[in-house]
Structures are given as structure tokens and as C-alpha cells.
Design a protein around this ligand. Structure first.
Ligand SMILES: Cc1cc2nc3c(=O)[nH]c(=O)nc-3n(C[C@H](O)[C@H](O)[C@H](O)COP(=O)(O)O)c2cc1C
Ligand code: SF4
Length: 426
């Protein structure tokens, strides 16, 4: 089931170092790149069908084509390495195991979109990772792969590594741009979209680490070779982080379109300790949960996830065994999003706090059935009424737990009912 397009050098000792990466093929696409026109590169990426790996799955080549033509302003690229979504740890592998694959991807992207200044925005908590990344960037400069004449050609490209300060919201693309500009990391209203008005008011492409790291394979082998893997609408491979209650948690590269339960059994060793499956979070904490029954028909691609009313997300799969207390899980989930709210929208700032209080009340045995209904009502009133989708990233999964595991919330509500003194007259 596993394939190694992106992870081909992950098992090679010291492949994060230029010398080793080069000995195993790094930067070999550059000769081909400079024989192509930027439009040809963009077409190749469009034809590959590569979809953004940051969560939303927007086609990468199509996004690039939204850049305005014939502008007198510079174009920027920001590589989103914030990777803060709980249960997501795929980009970290690229950053530490094969950063030169990403830098090569940056060169390909920048050549295609006409960008000469790229930023890698890396999450603040990645302290050891940033050192490896910065060293790789320095090595690429020293070897002439970055700087005034990339690969000895008439093409300048400067790359700056920018560290975040530990805020989940800075993974949202416009908050990320604000943060690079030195401002508070708060999302901007869209439109205008960053491809038109982005960093320093200039056209900007924001792409995830894995999207960018997929480019060397596509350029070297062509769009058709990439489409050998995956499905018609979800071509290629994906780095899946599988965690939670499985025997073999880890990062696995798989072609898209694989049956979810087969992946859990055959790749991740199945539910641990012989326990029963309770649910699966398919793509990071913000994606609606799947029941074991639903999971039977899900395949790991964008279209199957959408058909099951959930999302592919970041490829961070979490397996929940029968011992998981869903209400406690939901408390944990809301605490995270409440803490990470940037605070500029009232429904998000106040609403998530209110939801958290209600769940805590239920857990303390002080909540009633009306509190469960109130939680649903709050989800309705918060979702899609805010500047960005952080609030929905909380309410969508919470709604799924309320729908699919309502009996667990009701069990806590019943505790309150049973604790009530019986005031009826004999
Ligand atoms: C609250 C929030 C957090 C996000 N965090 C990340 C992140 O850590 N990494 C990432 O690539 N995209 C993240 N995104 C998605 C980005 O806004 C953006 O869509 C993505 O970087 C685009 O890259 P892609 O087209 O290559 O997927 C986040 C979005 C939201 C709303
Ligand atoms: S939804 Fe939340 S995180 Fe997003 S802009 Fe509004 S307050 Fe900030």
C-alpha cells in the first residue's frame, strides 16, 4: 500500500544535508526547469491535478493562475509550515528529513509564478526543525541554488525562514501574512484574496509544505506519472499521520483513494490491544468524526470524504477506541479552539467560551438535556458568521459528536437528573 514519491529519501541517513540529498537526486529538476517557460511549468502542475495539502485541497496550479497578469508589483510566495492542527505531523517529516526537496519545490513554484522572494513560515514550536531547515537554506545559498543566479541561470530567488510565535491561527493564510508583516496574527476579510492582495499588498501565493514538496516529482516525471497514483479527482500520494489507538502509529505515504479501514488495519496495525473501534477523526481535529459503520465505505480521497460529510483535511487520522469518553474529547477540542481564537469576532471569541462552559457543566453532572440543545444552537449561530473558519473548525466536529454520540452527552445530563431530589408529594 505504501509508496515513496515524497518520502523516497526519508530513510537515507543524513538526507537533510545537501551533499547526501544531492547524491540521491536533489535539484536534478533544475536543468529541465530552465528549459521550460513559466507557463509550461504551471500547465504541468495543473495537469498533474495536485491539490493543496494544507487542508482545503484547492488545485495548486489553478491557484497560481489567479495571479494577476502584467503587474508592476512583486509577487511573493509564502510556504505554510505552521502545521498546528492537532494530530497533524506530516510537514515536520519533510522539514527535517528532506528540506532540500521543499527548497527545490520552492524554486519550481517561484519560477512558474515569477516570484523572487519567498518566505517559509514555520511554527514557533518547531525549534529543532527550524535549525535543520535554516541550515538547508544556507547550504542551498552556498551551492548557488538560491541567491542572485539560481543554478547559474538568470533568475534571482531569495528565501527567508520566518518563525511564528506559537499561534495556531497563524496557519490561516491571511493571519500568516499579517504575522510576516510584523503585525498581530489576525485573519483578514476575504475578498480580496491573497493572490491579488497579499503580502505587503502584493500578489501572493500561499502553499502548504507538502504541496510545494510534491513539485520536484511532478516536474521530473511529468503530470501523467503523478496521476498513476490516486484517483481521477484526487491524484497523487499523501503523507498520512496516523495516531491514536492503533498498534503502529506513524507517518505513512499512501496513494490517495485507499479504503480507510484497510489502511488502519494493514498499515497502522489495527486498533490497539484488540479493542473495538469507536470512531475515526479522518483529517485533523477540525474534521467531523466518522463512526465505524460510516468508515466502512470511506476511501482516503477528497471526494469520498465529502460524500461522507466530512473533510480530508490535513491527513491526520486519529483512531478512537471504545474507551474514549466523547464528552471529555469534546471538552479538550473546544478548549483548544477557544484558546487559539484570535478574538476579533464575537461569535468565535465568546461563543466558543460559552460552549466550553456548557460542556464542563455537563461533565460536572450539573447539565441537563436543554444544554445539549443549546450546544447545537450555538454551533448554528457561530458557524460561517466570522472572518475566518477557525470557529467552524471547532463547531463542525463538535456538531458531528453531538449528532453521532448524543447518547454520551445525554448520559452526563441524566446524571444531573438522577441527582435531583424528588420533590413530588408521596
Ligand atoms: C485556523 C486555520 C489554520 C490553518 N493552519 C494551516 C497550517 O498549519 N498549515 C497549512 O498548510 N494550512 C493551514 N491552513 C490552511 C491555509 O489557510 C491555506 O489554505 C493553505 O496553507 C494553502 O495551501 P495549499 O493550497 O497548498 O493547501 C489553516 C487554515 C485555518 C483556517
Ligand atoms: S473566527 Fe475566530 S480566529 Fe477567525 S478571525 Fe474570527 S475571532 Fe479570529
Amino acid at each position: 500500500m505504501e509508496v515513496k514519491l515524497l518520502s523516497a529519501r526519508f530513510d537515507i541517513k543524513d538526507a537533510h544535508l545537501l551533499e547526501v540529498a544531492k547524491a540521491h537526486g536533489a535539484y536534478e529538476t533544475l536543468d529541465k526547469l530552465f528549459t521550460m517557460t513559466p507557463v509550461q511549468v504551471m500547465e504541468e502542475v495543473k495537469n498533474s491535478g495536485l491539490r493543496g495539502r494544507g487542508g482545503a485541497g484547492f488545485p495548486t496550479g489553478v491557484k497560481w493562475s489567479f495571479l494577476p497578469k502584467n503587474l508592476d508589483k512583486p509577487v511573493y510566495l509564502a510556504v505554510n509550515s505552521d502545521e498546528s492542527e492537532p494530530a497533524t505531523f506530516k510537514d515536520r517529516y519533510i522539514l527535517v528529513k528532506d528540506p532540500h526537496m521543499m527548497i527545490e519545490g520552492i524554486i519550481i513554484c517561484c519560477y512558474a509564478i515569477g516570484c523572487h522572494d519567498a518566505y517559509i513560515y514555520i511554527r514557533g514550536e518547531y525549534t529543532s526543525q527550524v535549525k535543520i531547515l535554516q541550515k538547508a537554506v544556507d547550504e542551498a545559498y552556498a551551492a548557488g541554488y538560491l541567491g542572485a543566479a539560481v543554478g547559474g541561470k538568470d533568475f534571482r530567488l531569495d528565501v527567508t525562514v520566518h518563525r511564528g510565535a506559537g499561534a495556531y491561527i497563524c496557519g490561516e493564510e491571511t493571519a500568516l501574512l499579517e504575522s510576516i508583516e510584523g503585525k498581530k496574527g489576525q485573519p483578514r476579510s476575504k475578498p480580496p484574496f491573497p493572490a491579488v492582495v497579499g503580502l505587503y499588498d502584493c500578489p501572493t501565493i500561499i502553499n502548504n509544505v507538502q504541496s510545494i514538496a510534491s513539485l520536484p516529482f511532478i516536474l521530473a516525471n511529468g503530470a501523467d506519472a503523478y496521476r498513476v497514483y490516486g484517483t481521477e479527482k484526487s491524484p497523487g500520494t499523501h503523507l498520512f499521520g496516523i495516531s491514536g489507538h492503533v498498534e503502529k502509529p506513524g507517518m505513512y505515504e499512501l496513494p490517495l483513494g485507499q479504503p480507510l479501514l484497510e489502511v488502519i488495519d494493514k498499515v497502522a496495525g489495527g486498533v490497539w490491544k484488540g479493542r473495538k473501534l469507536k470512531g475515526i477523526i479522518p483529517g485533523g481535529s477540525s474534521t467531523p468524526v466518522l463512526t465505524p459503520e460510516e468508515a466502512k465505505t470511506v476511501t482516503l480521497d477528497y471526494e469520498s470524504m465529502a460524500a461522507h460529510k466530512t473533510m480530508f483535511g490535513s491527513g491526520g487520522i486519529v483512531v478512537l477506541d471504545e474507551t474514549v469518553d466523547i464528552v471529555k474529547l469534546v471538552e479538550n477540542l473546544i478548549s483548544f479552539y477557544h484558546h487559539e481564537s484570535c478574538g476579533q469576532c464575537t461569535p468565535c471569541r465568546e461563543g466558543l467560551g460559552w460552549m466550553l462552559k456548557i460542556v464542563k457543566k455537563l461533565l460536572a453532572g450539573d447539565g441537563g438535556r436543554e444544554d445539549i440543545d443549546l450546544l447545537v444552537e450555538l454551533c448554528d449561530n457561530i458557524e460561517m458568521k466570522t472572518v475566518c473558519v477557525l470557529s467552524a473548525a471547532c463547531t463542525m466536529p463538535v456538531r458531528s459528536y453531538l449528532n453521532k454520540f448524543r447518547h454520551e452527552f445525554e448520559a452526563y445530563a441524566a446524571e444531573k437528573a438522577s441527582a435531583k431530589p424528588d420533590l413530588r408529594e408521596e
